[in-house]
Design a protein around this ligand. Structure first.
Ligand code: HEM
Length: 414
């Protein structure tokens, strides 16, 4: 093994580094937004790439669009069990959840909660979302600099999540906190110790167990907790599995849409020509929403584990090997997407991106996320000539949640 295998990528030149030494999982690359050239190099020269040593152990990177699709479409060979993130599960704190299961259990549990985002339910939710968006936008401090992440992105997605769970509205920021705690350990600064993290997640479990107990004997609830409490495949879940699925639903519906909301504002500011296009043609909004979701790629990766020895892109994969499908890279693959490094709000086939994954685990909430973003941009355009970015964004130091903690902005009303 070469000498730089554990070196800090951020100090090295992506154009000249020995391919064998590339480790795209390092957090600094994500916090500083310096990963792009490493991914370009991998796509061009080593699309199925083995990293022998990293904070997360050895792993394969899958970086081209077509290869990611191949892995997604073969769940028998590339399993979601035991984890869908690069980090292995903690042995003494397992959180089973259906995104990290294979059929048949995955399919049964997904079916149980799928109704919450059925077309009829989405139609019913549209009015609620619009009113909430209007209230949030009308309460913003015009003329002042403020953090868009906190006052808009977090607030809107947290209100939405509270609705899906029928969660006590005044306590909704607890959901934001649990979402952050679930995805960030002590290394991110969100908690001080792993112990604190677990304690907070158990508080989440206790809170939701009370809601479950209130609802398990009432028929007909249309919220996620009632659905889990009444579903054949979920009503007898262990507390740990209940917590796991809660984490899935909280993170799934929260961090992702939150970061698309923030990333969209940033992308439009970085591309003034596109912002002008939006002003001249609000009809472009649905297409723009898909382009924003591709551009931001709110979840940078999903991981799979090989169930057998196999071959992928000419590389020999061994049973038990970890494969990381880097959606951030697939979404910038020029073999599949025309001018992928440009943000083009009216690009053709904008919905052909990897941000929602593919195959049996394809994002359950994709239509809901798109609807939220569409309504938000429709309402922003009614009020503001520009949401101006006036300072540097602060990024989440994570190779999984690809997003922002801060985006200072100023509003320019119409
Ligand atoms: C822009 C916003 C969103 C993005 C980028 C996103 C992304 C993803 C991705 C990448 C996956 C895994 C796909 C795969 O492995 O092939 C996923 C799964 C999932 N998402 Fe989303 N998501 C978003 C919004 C939401 C929302 C609003 C919900 C709320 C209902 C949600 C709920 C879920 C669930 C429950 C799964 C697990 C599906 C399964 O395993 O069958 N997501 N999402």
């Amino acid at each position: 093994m070469s000498t730089t295998a554990t070196a800090r990528m951020i100090d090295l030149d992506p154009a000249t580094i020995d391919l064998a030494d590339i480790d795209v999982s390092q957090r600094e690359l994500w916090a500083e937004n310096k990963k792009w050239d490493f991914f370009t190099r991998l796509r061009n020269e080593a699309p199925i790439h083995y990293c022998p040593e990293s904070e997360f152990g050895p792993y394969w990177s899958v970086t081209r669009y077509a290869d990611i699709m191949e892995v997604e479409n073969n769940w028998q060979m590339f399993s979601s069990d035991p984890a869908i993130v690069i980090q292995d599960p903690e042995e003494d704190f397992e959180l089973p959840m259906f995104i990290a299961m294979d059929p048949p259990k995955h399919d049964e549990q997904r079916k149980t909660v799928q109704g919450v985002v059925a077309p009829m339910n989405l139609k019913n939710l549209e009015g609620t979302i619009r009113t909430r968006v209007q209230n949030i936008l009308d309460s913003l401090p015009v003329g002042e600099t403020f953090n868009w992440v906190d006052l808009v992105s977090i607030e809107l997605t947290t209100q939405m999540l509270a609705t899906l769970f029928d969660f006590p509205f005044e306590d909704r920021r607890k959901l934001t906190r649990w979402s952050d705690v679930a995805t960030g350990g002590p290394e991110t600064g969100i908690v001080e110790t792993e112990e604190q993290r677990r304690e907070e997640l158990y508080e989440c479990l206790t809170y939701f167990t009370r809601l479950w107990q209130e609802r398990e004997n009432q028929a007909g609830g249309n919220d996620l907790i009632s659905m889990l409490a009444h579903g054949d495949s979920t009503r007898d879940m262990s507390p740990q599995e209940f917590l796991g699925n809660l984490v899935l639903l909280i993170v799934g519906g929260n961090d992702t849409t939150r970061n698309s909301i923030t990333g969209g504002v940033l992308a439009l500011n970085e591309n003034p020509g596109e912002y002008a296009k939006l002003r001249n043609n609000p009809g472009v909004i649905p297409n723009m929403v898909s382009e924003i979701i591709r551009w931001v790629t709110p979840l940078a990766h999903m991981r799979r584990t090989a169930t057998e020895d196999t071959e992928l892109g000419g590389q020999q994969i061994k049973a038990g090997d970890k494969l990381v499908m880097w959606y951030v890279s697939g979404n910038r693959d020029e073999r599949a997407i025309d001018r992928p490094n440009e943000f083009i709000i009216d690009r053709p086939r904008a919905r052909q991106h990897l941000s929602f994954g593919f195959g049996i685990h394809r994002c359950m909430g994709n239509r809901l996320a798109e609807m939220q973003l569409r309504i938000l941009w429709e309402e922003i355009q009614q009020r503001f000539h520009k949401v101006e970015v006036v300072g540097e964004p602060v990024r989440v130091p994570s190779n999984f949640v690809h997003g922002f903690t801060e985006l200072p902005v100023r509003l320019h009303p119409i």
